[in-house]
Write a protein that binds this ligand. Structure first.
Ligand code: PXG
Ligand code: PLP
Length: 442
């Protein structure tokens, strides 16, 4: 047992934890102290099967040697280089490697440090692009109800999660929202993408008719919504959105922070659905969650629209101190190597049918009112306890952790998204944990 395993922090109060019930946590902390491949080890020495790839990010599994070595080497070689007006070799190498695996036509990459930053970067790019082309009135942004686009002001403005918005004032102006596509009365217990609801894409036409296309810069959606409990696009829905955007000169942004890097069994959701956006935001799996990094992929036409004016002038007044940080780049290169060697960006395709069957075997277990799946994502929706929404799922989360499985809950929905290295045996183990937990909670 390493020394760290024995350490109990003597004061938990200084750290204000993100998206956490701080007071509850600090009374009964759940601490991870190490991790390897599919498992965490807790501070009391228990192994916990990672059913969520950390927070949807550790796609290659934990503490993978190629990634660890790349980081160690880079930290000793070049720790930091200024991101503005300076470069270093591996950030260019990484951009090329990413363009190589990106959907065709997405030829340029802008680096950020998180999904939230990727989203705000993409929204700013969209507005500035239209202005650069002489369409400066195109400033409106269209998001979707129940969308999650991170926590920065742009992202919560286009996002559609009420609790992430209501405390923070008036947000960005000029934003509108399409309806979400969750239709439980028609689609519950569907395996894969649902049949019903493609017509909801036509709501975009209604919004365009209201505001006029000449005022709209971009539409942003998650191809599969993750954070709000795994909401799938109905068959044909994304194609329709693409058509409407193209028809009206509106940019389509896919927020692939969760769906990117193999989660659906294809490198990106754009590949999976055969629909190419104009801008694609990513983070998480780009560096296996190991070092913060995000990447915004952009079509050539958009990038090129900025490359005008005097050559000594900055073309896009945007960037972060840590855009393309060398150690983050090294982590990302080690990650891409690992994905490639193990075929992880497409491994989900082979495993998806097994995953689907395992998940849907939970139909009929106590409290289960819907099950949804796509690629290596699963959601099990529970009936809420009357008057106490979220309580049932939260007890499932705590019970599962005690039993040895990490699951994630949002509202009364259990979301599963294991590392892409999971075996069939571990899928059974994970689903058995969930089954036992469902049978043991009130
Ligand atoms: N866009 C999407 C689609 C996301 O899923 C972000 C942006 C923001 O990324 P950062 O790196 O700023 O957190 C996300 C992040 C969950 C969960 O359990 C989901 C996310 C983050 C943490 C937890 O659903 N998604
Ligand atoms: N706040 C201050 C005072 C700064 O000087 C900077 C960057 O120089 C920032 C915020 C932005 O930080 P970052 O580039 O890490 O996003």
């Amino acid at each position: 047992m390493s020394n760290r395993l024995k350490v109990t922090p003597n004061d938990l109060s200084a750290f204000w934890m993100p998206f956490t019930a701080n007071r509850q946590f600090k009374q009964a902390p759940r601490m991870m102290v190490s991790a390897k491949d599919m498992h965490y080890t807790t501070s009391d020495g228990r192994k916990v099967l990672d059913g969520t790839a950390g927070l949807w990010c550790v796609n290659a599994g934990h503490c993978r040697p190629k990634i660890t070595e790349a980081i160690q080497h880079q930290a000793a070689e070049l720790d930091y280089a200024p991101a503005f007006q300076m470069g270093h070799p591996i950030v260019f190498e990484l951009a090329n490697r990413l363009v190589d695996i990106a959907p065709k036509g997405m030829d340029h990459v802008f680096f950020t440090n998180s999904g939230s930053e990727s989203v705000d970067t993409a929204l700013k790019m969209a507005i500035a692009y239209h202005r650069a082309k002489g369409e400066g009135a195109r400033t409106r942004l269209i998001g979707r109800e129940r969308g999650y686009h991170g926590v920065n002001f742009g992202g919560i403005s286009v996002g559609g999660i009420v609790s992430n918005r209501k405390m923070f004032g008036t947000l960005l102006g000029g934003v509108d929202h399409m309806p979400h596509t969750h239709l439980p009365e028609k689609n519950s217990f569907t395996k894969g993408v649902p049949e019903h609801g493609a017509e909801l894409a036509n709501e975009l036409e209604r919004i365009v008719a209201l505001h006029d296309a000449s005022t709209i810069a971009a539409v942003i959606v998650e191809p599969v919504a993750g954070s709000t409990g795994v909401i799938l696009p109905p068959k044909g829905y994304l194609q329709k959105l693409r058509e409407i955007c193209t028809k009206h000169g509106i940019l389509l942004i896919f927020d692939e922070v969760i769906t990117g890097f193999g989660r659906l069994g294809a490198p990106f959701a754009a590949d999976y659905f055969g629909v190419t956006p104009d801008i694609m935001t990513t983070a998480k799996g780009v560096s296996n969650g190991v070092i913060p990094m995000g990447a915004v992929f952009v079509k050539k036409e958009i990038h090129d629209a900025f490359m005008t004016g005097p050559e000594h002038m900055i073309e896009f007044f945007h960037g972060y101190t840590y855009s393309g940080n060398p150690i983050a780049c090294a982590a990302a290169l080690g990650t891409l190597d690992t994905y490639k060697e193990e075929g992880l960006l497409t491994r989900g395709e082979e495993l998806a049918p097994y995953w689907e069957d395992a998940l849907h075997s939970l139909k009929g277990e106590p409290h289960v009112i819907d099950i949804r799946n796509i690629g290596l994502i699963g959601a099990i929706e529970l009936a809420p306890i009357p008057g106490s929404p979220t309580k049932r799922a939260f007890s499932a989360f705590v019970k599962a952790f005690e039993r040895g499985a990490l699951i994630r809950t949002t509202g009364d929905i259990i979301a599963l998204s294991p590392p892409l290295i999971i075996t069939k045996g571990q899928i059974n183990e994970l689903i058995d944990h969930v089954r036992d937990v469902l049978r043991s909670i009130d």
